[in-house]
Write a protein that binds this ligand. Structure first.
Ligand SMILES: CC(=O)[C@@H](O)[C@H](O)COP(=O)(O)O
Ligand SMILES: NCC(=O)COP(=O)(O)O
Length: 237
């Protein structure tokens, strides 16, 4: 089974549009858990435009499933993660002003830095993951950092899936096979949707976790959160 971690950034985006507390991010997370999701993902950004640091502090003691915090490990982010002890931290090399994540780490160029950061979190018993492009050299580099898992950056898959699914998935299958042979856990995320998730899962059945937000929350506008979460869970069995 592949675990579904629901990224709730977009629920916070909606809340922040009016400055009040509707929709309530914590309540939404609890409902998502009650619908069967295996985890909640947040990606606080330095400008706190969606998930705030206070959201992370509110969510951490209340969640009953896996909590995954993603972000660029500046000192403020490191402190936030260490103080809230999620199940997993995912390191993402975002520029401060990035609209959304747009690249994986260069795990060769930044190997020493990543090893240092991974060590900090592992010492506190937090599972670590590094966001990477589907590039075999980046998987090998990730292994050298001592990280537990990689998260495959799936934007290219999602775009190319529309044109040629077989070609779109091939680099991901190759990287997943390599990661598995190196005993790295395998997560995936970015632009996964109800349209492409079944194909991704069928081609990489040993995937550990997907984190899905933008499409899932959009699909929930039409179908409702419960229906959508259950459809993903069925596709990930
Ligand atoms: C790492 C990743 O792909 C997601 O966390 C994505 O970056 C979501 O962030 P936004 O919700 O800010 O687009
Ligand atoms: N790690 C990917 C994630 O959390 C969600 O990305 P997206 O589904 O919002 O593109």
């Amino acid at each position: 089974m592949t675990k579904l971690s629901v990224n709730i950034n977009k629920i916070a985006t909606l809340r922040n549009a009016r400055g009040g507390n509707m929709p309530n991010v914590l309540e939404a997370a609890k409902r998502i858990e009650s619908f069967g999701a295996n985890g909640i993902t947040v990606h606080p950004r330095p400008d706190e435009r969606h998930i705030t640091y206070q959201d992370v502090r509110d969510l951490a003691p209340s969640l009953t499933t896996e909590f995954n915090i993603e972000g660029n490990p500046n000192q403020k982010f490191i402190d936030l993660v260490l103080n809230n002890k999620p199940t997993q931290v995912t390191l993402v090399p975002d520029a401060v002003d990035a609209i959304t994540s747009n690249a994986g780490w260069d795990t060769i160029k930044h190997q020493d830095y990543l090893r240092k950061i991974v060590d900090i979190f592992k010492a506190e018993g937090i599972r670590t993951s590094i966001f990477v492009d589907p590039d075999l050299e980046m998987i090998k580099g990730a292994k050298q950092t001592g990280v537990d898992r990689i998260e495959l950056y799936t934007e290219a898959f999602a775009q190319n899936y529309q044109i040629n699914p077989t070609e779109a998935i091939q680099p991901y299958v190759d990287c997943a096979n390599l990661a598995q042979s190196l005993t790295l856990g395998i997560n995936a995320g970015h632009d996964l949707s109800l349209e492409n998730i079944s194909y991704f899962k069928t081609c990489i059945p040993f995937l550990d976790e997907v984190s899905i937000g933008h499409a899932l929350i959009s699909e929930a506008l039409y179908l409702g959160l419960e229906t959508v979460v259950k459809r993903y869970l069925k596709a990930l069995k």
